[in-house]
Design a protein around this ligand. Structure first.
Ligand code: UDX
Length: 439
């Protein structure tokens, strides 16, 4: 059992902290945001993430997990300190590591014995050196530490599962002592044969960006193929499935859609391009993936326009605001582009998302938010399905048609049966499956 501090209680910090305490360690999660810590101490989870509440409560009850705003105490009581604060995108596309640097300073000032200082946040290559430098500048001469880069590969919506059953653990460290401690932190996974990769700090930092950029590339690739499918009469799902049955390709991350969003792919692809540019290395493929993604979001608006004609004066129902299902996160969601374009063109919006209405309000307070899909589609001229929530997959199409003013639907996630839509007299479109290939 080890004493561990996690600084930052966002997605990565909270999931990692509760996950590591579930492995049997004593974990203190610290954050300077008092409201967040107050909520957590009342047993309330500030984000929607399936399974997280149960994981947190289980470990709090077992006295292995606690929350505090006292960073000093959390650091001093621990032998491993994880940095898990946000690294938002700055205006030039690079990741803003000012929060990471601030935590590094606090760690330096409070370093009371030899510790492992480990960064989990996604940080630009070279941050390890910067963080180590800041700690060195602020610590007392006798205090010691070893630096580790331990990037996280959590997906929102399945973050708990991804943490407890990862494909691999990456530990970037030059120190054998630190590596052995980190292996012990992940002991239950290690004894279950989860691959643990020990590499340099820089390699570990790059692995995270290279992984996210490659997945973004895969999605943009299939989205472009979907556009071609529409023109030539091919079915993108058959193309993706068959491509994916080649073991070298794999079927994962080949689902066409309205363009990827979220906090990682858009941010990490831009950061990688910008980092590489600074080293005079062009990242043409990633740049193309970013451009394709921007265009894919616009393509959804064009598709809806092709179904409805001029948007002005129309009422459009938007089903799904989150960037994907099982999350309340709307960052870089395709719905932002759709709603923004529709409003600009003079349409009225009625929107519904099972979890993300509140977060979308921050961007578009002026639209009408509904409590059910039925309410959102009522008296609309057209509906766009933007997120793949299960409750949209199972919508009663007869009821949908009855509620709408005119039966026009754009399914940007390909979750509705085209046959059923046709049978019920809908005018519709989806992504990459032309109507001619319906049989
Ligand atoms: C991602 C990475 O998967 C994770 O490893 C990393 O640590 C953080 O970023 P996340 O952003 O939570 O996770 O979601 P993910 O499930 O990867 O989806 C990202 C976006 O791509 C979503 O908008 C999703 O709808 C879209 N997507 C995903 C597709 O359009 N098609 C796919 O095949 C897969």
């Amino acid at each position: 059992m080890r004493n561990i501090a996690i600084i930052g209680t966002g997605y990565v910090g909270l999931v990692s902290g509760s996950g590591i305490s579930d492995f049997g360690h004593n974990v203190i999660c610290a954050d300077i945001n008092e409201d967040k810590i107050k909520l957590l101490n009342k047993g309330q989870i500030p984000i929607y993430e399936p399974g997280l509440e149960e994981l947190v409560l289980r470990n709090v009850q077992a006295n292995r997990l606690s929350f505090t705003t006292n960073l000093k105490e959390a650091i001093q009581k621990s032998e491993v300190v994880f940095i898990a604060v946000g690294t938002p995108q700055s205006e030039n596309g690079e990741a803003d590591i000012s929060a990471v640097n601030a935590v590094a300073k606090t760690i330096g000032e409070n370093l009371n014995n030899k510790k492992v200082i480990c960064t989990k946040s996604t940080v630009p290559i070279g941050t390890g050196e910067i963080v180590s430098g800041i700690i060195n500048e602020n610590k007392s001469t006798e205090a010691e530490f070893e630096y580790v880069s331990n990037p996280e590969f959590l997906r929102e919506g399945s973050a708990v599962k991804d943490f407890l059953w990862p494909d691999r653990i990456v530990i970037g460290s030059e120190s054998e002592w630190a590596f052995e401690i980190m292996k012990d932190v992940y002991r239950p996974l290690y004894i279950n044969d989860t691959p643990i990769v020990n590499t340099t700090v820089e390699t570990a930092e790059l692995i995270k960006y290279a992984s996210n950029a490659f997945l973004s590339l895969k999605i943009s690739y299939i989205n472009e193929i979907s556009a071609l499918c529409e023109k030539v009469g091919a079915d993108v799902h058959v193309v993706a499935k068959t491509m994916g049955s080649d073991g070298r390709i794999s079927p994962k991350f080949l689902h066409p859609g309205p363009g990827f969003g979220g906090s990682c792919f858009p941010k990490d692809t831009s950061a990688l391009v910008s980092m590489a540019q600074n080293k005079n290395v062009p990242m043409r493929t990633i740049q193309a993936a970013i451009e394709t993604n921007v265009h894919q979001k616009k393509r959804m608006v064009i598709k809806l326009h092709a179904l409805t004609g001029d948007f002005s004066g129309l009422t459009i129902g938007i089903l799904g605001l989150a960037f994907k299902s099982k999350t309340d996160d709307v960052r870089e969601s395709a719905s932002l582009e759709m709603v923004g374009s529709l409003l600009k063109a003079g349409a009225q919006i009625k929107a519904y998302d099972p979890e993300a209405n509140t977060s979308f309000t921050e961007f578009f307070p002026e639209i009408t938010y509904c409590k059910t899909w039925e309410e959102a589609v009522k008296n609309t001229d057209a509906v766009a399905v933007m997120t793949e929530w299960n409750e949209f997959r199972t919508m009663d199409l007869k009821k949908l048609k009855y509620l709408m003013k005119s039966p026009i639907i754009l399914d940007t996630r390909n979750i509705l049966s085209r046959k059923e839509l046709q049978k019920n007299g809908f005018s519709f479109d989806n992504v990459g499956r032309p109507m001619a290939s319906m049989q």
